[in-house]
Design a protein around this ligand. Structure first.
Ligand code: NAP
Length: 244
């Protein structure tokens, strides 16, 4: 059974993606900081190995790849930040941390796994999925740091899609606000959440399953002719205006 690495595999989107990938018949290797949550999810899912560590530690990526093995069908990098502040309140340290977690982490994850992904590619190619945000295609106030980091993810993905083809396909999923622990500071207020939901043509916020469906598809053989794409899963937020 071919294995897929999921960084952030215990998170809202990561865990939903892990479930979607198991349903598609993949074995998994999950990576995140909390060892207890990794072990609990691995026993629930079956055919799942784990590595606990921090993407801010450059040695973490080699450890993940070593423990995941050499025959990889894909890699999903579902670690990120939502650090929303006015420009005057953002520090260089904020911007650096957001860049390291969102963009440099994705770069190091793919770099460390490239050999195993090439080995496991098969006819359909191995599938890599990185995460951006709707706030790259649309300018939103207070998103300077995260939009800068996620813009880098989109540039990284296109460059890698060209360089690692034809064995490795690289695509990006760009969600709008989705109900996960990462977004809890925003979605925790129902007034705020319903106000933001109303700005979407589809009139609701995302669920982890909304995002996981496309992510599992992009990893899989069904996406054998899709690479270098940034795909919004965003209730219409990036492209549609229903009022005014
Ligand atoms: N939710 C949204 O509204 C939204 C919108 C646009 C884009 N996205 C993107 O979607 C992706 C998934 O986000 P999510 O909402 O599912 O986040 P989440 O629920 O907070 O999950 C984050 C996952 O990453 C792990 N993680 C966090 N920091 C880490 C670190 N320093 N080192 C290693 N692992 C770390 C967490 O586990 P531990 O805490 O145990 O490490 C968890 O497994 C991210 O790239 C995010 O930027 C989300």
């Amino acid at each position: 059974m071919k294995r897929v690495i999921v960084y952030g595999g215990t998170g809202g989107i990561g865990a939903a993606t892990a479930r979607a990938l198991r349903q598609r018949g993949y074995a998994l290797h999950l990576a995140a900081r909390d060892a207890g949550r990794l072990d609990a999810l691995a026993s629930e899912l079956g055919e799942t190995t784990v590595t606990a560590g921090d993407v801010l530690d450059p040695d973490f990526f080699a450890a993940v790849t070593d423990q995941a093995g050499e025959d990889l069908a894909g890699l999903v990098y579902a670690v990120g930040t939502i650090n929303l502040r006015p420009l005057a309140k953002l520090t260089a340290r904020d911007a650096e941390t957001d860049f390291r977690i969102n963009a440099l982490g994705a770069f190091l994850a793919v770099q460390a796994a490239a050999k195993g992904l090439k080995a496991g590619a098969g006819d359909a190619g191995a599938g890599v999925v990185l995460f951006s945000t709707v706030a790259v295609a649309q300018g939103f106030a207070h998103h300077a740091s995260v939009a800068m980091a996620k813009g880098a993810v989109e540039g990284l993905a296109l460059s890698l899609a060209a360089e690692l083809s034809p064995q490795i396909r690289v695509n990006v999923v760009a969600p709008s606000l989705t109900r996960t622990p990462l977004a809890a500071a925003i979605t925790g207020s129902e007034t705020l959440a319903s106000g933001i939901a109303a700005m979407h043509a589809l009139q609701r916020l995302g669920t982890p399953e909304d995002i996981a469906g496309l992510t599992g598809f992009l990893v899989s053989e069904e996406a054998a002719w899709i690479t270098g794409q940034v795909i919004g899963v965003d209730g219409g937020r990036s492209a549609l205006r229903t009022k005014g």
